[in-house]
Ligand binder design. Structure first.
Ligand SMILES: [Zn+2]
Ligand SMILES: [Zn+2]
Length: 351
């Protein structure tokens, strides 16, 4: 089959033939219909993550936001059959530990990350193998297309988990979103759908325009100086919930500093090789205002039904975030375009 292969960090991915995957006893092979292209792929491609022992191997296929059709099923799999249309969260739980059984497979200590862990090559490929399929593969309901499901990607479901499960978001709350890339724009659309009041913060006019289109009540140009002060002014005191959807030191600090008393910061973005996982924060401000600092990673597969219900009910439209559909040969270029933040919205490779 054809795949886009990371041969050397930062060098263009090589689109070439690789061996077809075969299902393990507990796994399935999915013929990829669509796969989102994500900033996490860009981080992996750059070789980031060695500071948390999370660097992808080379000679490896990236791509962690697949949706498609099950075409081969391992002998021990009980819940899936050939022909099922499915999506796969990037974090693959073991299915048996206390975290998985408690509904938190996204933080399984024995988890694998599709398109990041050596054992689980990704879906910038015509087909992808998913182990432990009974626990990790999510069947799509009739009203959800593979492109919509690929747009759920990691970003949309991550944004939902951050807002709805990690933060205690209430209707009417002000939600500041720092960084309006894929996960940030998803958070804007979701926050509006959940009855909250999104404030979009970015340095890019096109990203802010897209945010306004998707439901941002206020947009803030972060190039204009005092972001926390501006957010506090437009929200009459500060945001109730704020997401760092980018993961650089400035957005992380701004996100914490723009909160109202008792506010909740959710760290969604992973840092770059500038921060290497360390950001200094206004901790006295955290204490004095009783702020919550939360982390959020993906979304447990058990909770996909909530999002599918919102799609089927017409409350959200993840497909509206898709700004570009490309073929596999274009993936190396589209990934490279992220270096200078040259993409807006969600780009999806389709097959
Ligand atoms: Zn587990
Ligand atoms: Zn992703």
């Amino acid at each position: 089959m054809r795949a886009a292969v990371l041969e050397a960090y930062g060098e263009p991915l090589a689109v070439r033939s690789v061996p077809d995957p075969e299902p393990s006893p507990d796994g399935v092979v999915i013929e990829t219909a669509a796969c989102g292209i994500c900033r996490s792929d860009w981080h992996a491609w750059q070789g980031h993550g060695e500071w948390v022992d999370d660097r992808v191997p080379t000679d490896f296929v990236l791509g962690h936001e697949p949706a498609g059709e099950v075409v081969a099923v391992g002998e021990d799999v009980v819940s899936l059959r050939e022909g099922d249309l499915v999506a796969v969260p990037f974090h693959l739980g073991c299915g048996t530990c206390s975290y998985c059984k408690g509904g938190h497979a996204n933080v399984c200590p024995d988890g694998l990350a599709l398109g990041f862990s050596a054992a689980t090559p990704g879906a910038f490929a015509e087909a992808v193998h998913v182990p432990r399929a009974d626990h990790n593969v999510v069947r799509l309901p009739d009203g959800v297309s593979p492109v919509d499901a690929a747009a759920l990607g990691c970003r949309y479901m991550t944004a939902y988990h951050a807002l709805a499960h990690r933060a205690d978001l209430l209707p009417g709350d002000w939600v500041a979103v720092h960084g309006c890339g894929g996960v940030g724009l998803s958070a804007i659309q979701l926050a509006a759908a959940l009855g909250a009041r999104p404030v979009a913060v970015d340095v890019d006019d096109a990203a802010l325009a897209k945010a306004a289109e998707l439901g941002a009540e206020v947009t803030v140009d972060a190039g204009g100086g005092d972001v926390p002060g501006t957010v506090a002014a437009v929200t009459d005191g500060g945001a109730d919930v704020s997401l760092d959807a980018l993961g650089i030191a400035e957005t992380c600090r701004n996100s914490v500093a723009c909160l109202d008393r008792l506010g909740q910061h959710v760290q969604v973005g992973l840092t770059t090789d500038e921060e290497r996982g360390e950001v200094s924060l206004p901790t006295d401000h955290v204490t004095q205002h009783e702020l919550d600092i939360l982390g959020s990673r993906g979304m447990p597969p058990a909770r996909y039904g909530e999002l599918f219900g919102m799609i089927e009910g017409g409350r959200i439209d993840p497909g509206a975030l898709v700004t570009n559909r490309v073929d596999l040969a274009a993936v190396p270029d589209r990934l490279a375009a992220m270096t200078d933040y040259g993409t807006v919205g969600v780009e999806v490779v389709t097959f």
